[in-house]
Write a protein of this length. Structure first.
Lengths: 308, 425
C-alpha cells in the first residue's frame, strides 16, 4: 500500500460534497447504516455491484426502483459472499475469454447486516476469505436483528435490551469479536469504521478500494429504532461510541492491527449508554452500579492492552 | 463419434465438457463426487477451458452458480441428496432470478436414517422450486439430456435452471456403453452462450432479485416463472428434434414402452424403469398385456402426454421411489390429478411405493403388482396404496433387531455384575 493511493482524503473538505446514492429509500430516519453507506458509496462509485444479504438494506432496492447507480443482486441471508464469488468469477472468466473489456469490470461489494455477518453468513464469509476472493465486504452493524424488530444477534453488546432480552439484566451474552475472527483469516484488509467519523471512513474505504483480495469492513451503525433514541442523535451517538472507546477504530493489514483513532482522554462509558433507551434499565429505577462498573472495566481493559 | 464405457457420473461430466461450460461451482457429495473430480482433472490438465471453484456448502454453490449465470456465462454444477436439500433455499431463489444453468442431481435417499443409496425423495422435494427436471434411465441418456438441458435452460421461452437427475449407484457408478458425440458437433448443437438480457456490466447497471411490495408484483413474477416452466414441454420437443438431427438419437417427454395394446401400464421414473421393462417383457411372455410409461420430464409435468398415452388403458400401477410422508407416492398423486375427470381415463390408478434407499424391486414383485391390479380391475374394486416389502425382508430385519437386543442385554447384565462385584480393576 503506497501513501499516494490513500492520500486523497486528508481533510474533511476533501470529502465529496454531494452523494451518489439516491434518496427517498425505505430506511428509518437517522439510520446510521445508511449514513455510512452514503459515505462508502461516494468512494466506491457506480462501477460496482452490491451483492446483498437479507437485512434492513434489502429494502433499499424495491421493485422497480433503486438508489444505486451501479448494479445490485439480492441473494439470501447466508450466502451473499458466495454470490460475490459467482459474479467475480464470471467477470474474470469473461475478461479472460476477451468477451468483455476491462472497463466493463466492477468492484464486487457484499452488503450485509450484523445478523448475517456475525452469524448465518459467517461460514460463507470464511469460505470467501479462504479462497482469497477479490471483494469488498461491508457489514452495517446495528447490534441486533434490526429489520425484524431488534432481537439480539451475535453482535449485540452485553446488557443491551432487545426484543428478545427485555429482562432487568438485558442481553446475557457478549458481542462477538468479528474483527478478530475476520483478521484470523489473514485477508488483505479488515477495518472498523463509523459514519460519524467520515474522514477515517473515507481513508479506509479508499485504501480498501486500492487493494486486491478480501477487504472487510464493519461499520457500527447507530440505530434509532433498535437502540431507542431520537434519530437526530445518530451522529452524536456515533461520535460517543468512538470517544468512550466502545467502538475502536482500527485496521488490520499485512498481519498487523493498527488503531487509527485512539481516544487519549476516554469519556466515561456512561455518556454513551445514558442516551440510548436500550440501556435505560442500567439507570432506572435505580443505577445498576455493579453492571455499569463491569461494562466500564471491559472497555478499560481493552484499551489498557492497546496502549500498553 | 466414439463409443466407450462410461459411468453415469462420467457421462454427466462429459456433457458439461462438451457443452463448453465456463464455470463450475462445486461441492463434493457421494455419489456425485466423480463428476466434479473428472471436471477438475480435465481443467487442471488443460483439456477443458473452464474454472472450477469449490464452495463451502451447496447453499453457497447454488448461490455462486446463479450469480455467475446472472453475470452472463454458462454454468454447470452437480449435487445429490442432502446437498440438494441444503441448497433448497437457493434453488427457489436462483430460479426466481431466471438464471439459466444446468445442475446434475445424483439421487440418493434422505436422512434419517442416513444412507448413500438411491431413491427419489431428494429430487421430488425440489419439484416446486422452479427448476425444470429431466429424469434419466441410462448413461447415454444422462450425457444426451445434459447437453439438451443447456439448450432448454437457455432458451428465450424458458430462461430457467434445469436439473438432470440420475440415480445414485444404479447409474452414477454403473458403466454402460455410451456414444461420445463429436465435440464440434456438440458445440454447434448447444451453441454459444447467449446472456440475452441477463448480465452485469459496468456500462449497463442492473438490479436483480430486488424486493417487491405487496402481492401483485410478487404474483406477477411467480406466474411468469410458472408460465415459462410450462413452455418446457414444447421446447424440450423442439430441442429433441434438433438433437435427433445432430446425433440420431430421439428422446420423448414421456417414454412409452409396449403401451399400444397394454391393459396394465406401469409408471415409474429413473433407472428402475429398466427393471420394469424387463418385467413387462416377462409378463407379455406369460400372456399379460403389460406396458410402461416413464416421464422423462417431471417439471414441467407432462399431464397431456399422460392423458393421451393412457386413453383406454384399464389399469395403471404407479411405482414411486419416494414417499411424501403421511400422503404417499408423489408421482401417483400427480398422475391422479392429471387424469381426474378425463373421459377414457384408467379405471384404476394403483399406488406402490418401493425401491427406497436402493432397495431392489424384484421381478416377482412386478408380477404380484400386475396380478393384484388385474384382480382389482376385474372385481371393479379400489386398491389401497401398498408399501413394497417382503416377509423375508421383515424377518431378516427383525432377526437383526433381536440379535442387537440380546447383545445389549448381555452387556447390561455384565455391567450390573461388575458393579455388584465391587470396583473395576
Amino acid at each position: 500500500m503506497t501513501e499516494a493511493a490513500v492520500g486523497f482524503y486528508r481533510r474533511m473538505k476533501d470529502l465529496p460534497s454531494t452523494h451518489l446514492l439516491g434518496t427517498g429509500t425505505a430506511m428509518c430516519a437517522g439510520c446510521g447504516g445508511l449514513e455510512a453507506l452514503h459515505e462508502i458509496y461516494d468512494i466506491i462509485g457506480d462501477k460496482s455491484i452490491f451483492v446483498n444479504a437479507a437485512g434492513c438494506m434489502t429494502l433499499l432496492s424495491v421493485y422497480p426502483f433503486t438508489p444505486f447507480r451501479g448494479s445490485w443482486l439480492y441473494t439470501a441471508m447466508a450466502s451473499a459472499p458466495a454470490g460475490a464469488q459467482g459474479v467475480r468469477d464470471a467477470l474474470d472468466i469473461l475478461k479472460a475469454k476477451k468477451q468483455i473489456t476491462d472497463d466493463e469490470d466492477m468492484q464486487v461489494v457484499v452488503l450485509t447486516g450484523d445478523g448475517s455477518a456475525y452469524g448465518m453468513g459467517l461460514s460463507a464469509t470464511s469460505g470467501a476469505m479462504e479462497r482469497d476472493l477479490d471483494f469488498l465486504y461491508i457489514c452495517y452493524d446495528n447490534e441486533g436483528y434490526g429489520n425484524t424488530g431488534q432481537q439480539y444477534s451475535g453482535a449485540t453488546p452485553h446488557a443491551a435490551k432487545t426484543s428478545t432480552s427485555k429482562g432487568a439484566r438485558g442481553f446475557a451474552g457478549f458481542k462477538k469479536d468479528l474483527f478478530s475472527i475476520w483478521a484470523a483469516h489473514q485477508p488483505a484488509y479488515v477495518a472498523t469504521v463509523i459514519g460519524a467519523e467520515p474522514l477515517d471512513l473515507a481513508k479506509k474505504i479508499e485504501k480498501a478500494r486500492s487493494l486486491k483480495g478480501p477487504r472487510m469492513i464493519i461499520a457500527l451503525s447507530p440505530c434509532p429504532t433498535g437502540w431507542d433514541y431520537d434519530p437526530k442523535e445518530t451522529v452524536n451517538i456515533g461520535k460517543l461510541a468512538v470517544k468512550t472507546g466502545v467502538w475502536p477504530l482500527k485496521e488490520y493489514i499485512n498481519g498487523k492491527v493498527v488503531h487509527t483513532k485512539i481516544p487519549r482522554q476516554r469519556q466515561p462509558l456512561e455518556d454513551y449508554l445514558k442516551c440510548q433507551g436500550r440501556y435505560k434499565h442500567l439507570f432506572e429505577p435505580q443505577r445498576n452500579e455493579v453492571m455499569l462498573n463491569q461494562l466500564q472495566q471491559k472497555i478499560d481493559q481493552y484499551w489498557d492492552n492497546i496502549n500498553g | 463419434m466414439t463409443r466407450m464405457l462410461l459411468t453415469g457420473n462420467a457421462a454427466a461430466a462429459w456433457a458439461a465438457r462438451l457443452a463448453v461450460a465456463d464455470y463450475i461451482p462445486a461441492f463434493p457429495i457421494t455419489p456425485q463426487t466423480e463428476i466434479i473430480e473428472s471436471l477438475a482433472n480435465w481443467i487442471d490438465n488443460g483439456e477443458m477451458d473452464a474454472r472450477l471453484v469449490t464452495l463451502e456448502s451447496e447453499h453457497s454453490m447454488i448461490t455462486a452458480a446463479g450469480a455467475a449465470a446472472a453475470t452472463g456465462i454458462r454454468v454447470y454444477s452437480a449435487t445429490s441428496s442432502q446437498g440438494l436439500l441444503y441448497a433448497m433455499e437457493m434453488l427457489y431463489t436462483v430460479a426466481g432470478w431466471r438464471a439459466p444453468f444446468v445442475l446434475t442431481n445424483v439421487s440418493r435417499g434422505l436422512s434419517s436414517p442416513i444412507t448413500l443409496e438411491s431413491d427419489h425423495n431428494d429430487i421430488v422435494a425440489a419439484r416446486d422450486c422452479g427448476f425444470l427436471q429431466i429424469h434419466c434411465s441410462s448413461c447415454q441418456e444422462v450425457l444426451d439430456n445434459t447437453l439438451m438441458a443447456f439448450r432448454l435452460a437457455e432458451d428465450a421461452r424458458i430462461r430457467l435452471p434445469v436439473i438432470v437427475n440420475l440415480d445414485g449407484f444404479y447409474l452414477s457408478f454403473t458403466r454402460e456403453p455410451v456414444e461420445l458425440p463429436d465435440a464440434d458437433k456438440c458445440r454447434q448443437f448447444v451453441g454459444q452462450y447467449d446472456a440475452q438480457n441477463m448480465l452485469f456490466r459496468a456500462s449497463r447497471p442492473t438490479s436483480q432479485a430486488v424486493a417487491v411490495l405487496g402481492g401483485s408484483p410478487y404474483s406477477y413474477f411467480r406466474y411468469e416463472t410458472h408460465l415459462a416452466a410450462q413452455n418446457g414441454l414444447s421446447v424440450y420437443e423442439d430441442v429433441a428434434t434438433d438433437f435427433e438431427q445432430h446425433f440420431g438419437r430421439h428422446y420423448d417427454v414421456l417414454e412409452a414402452y409396449k403401451t399400444e395394446d397394454a391393459e396394465i401400464v406401469f409408471v415409474i421414473m429413473g433407472s428402475y424403469s429398466s427393471k420394469a421393462k424387463d418385467a413387462v417383457n416377462s409378463l407379455r411372455d406369460a400372456g399379460q398385456k403389460a406396458g410402461l410409461l416413464r416421464p422423462r420430464l417431471l417439471r414441467p409435468f407432462p399431464a397431456k402426454h399422460f392423458q393421451q398415452a393412457l386413453k383406454d388403458v384399464k389399469a395403471v400401477a404407479v411405482i414411486d421411489q419416494n414417499i411424501s410422508t403421511g400422503m404417499g407416492g408423489v408421482l401417483h398423486t400427480e398422475l391422479s390429478a392429471a387424469l381426474y375427470g378425463q373421459t377414457q381415463a384408467p379405471q384404476l390408478i394403483a399406488s406402490y411405493m418401493g425401491g427406497l434407499g436402493g432397495r431392489d424391486i424384484s421381478s416377482e414383485e412386478f408380477f404380484e403388482m400386475a396380478k393384484e391390479v388385474s384382480n382389482a380391475v376385474k372385481k371393479n374394486q379400489p386398491l389401497a396404496p401398498r408399501l413394497l416389502y417382503t416377509e423375508t425382508e421383515l424377518r431378516e430385519l427383525r432377526k437383526l433387531q433381536a440379535v442387537a437386543h440380546v447383545e445389549r442385554q448381555q452387556l447390561h447384565n455384565s455391567r450390573q455384575q461388575t458393579k455388584k462385584g465391587g470396583a473395576i480393576k
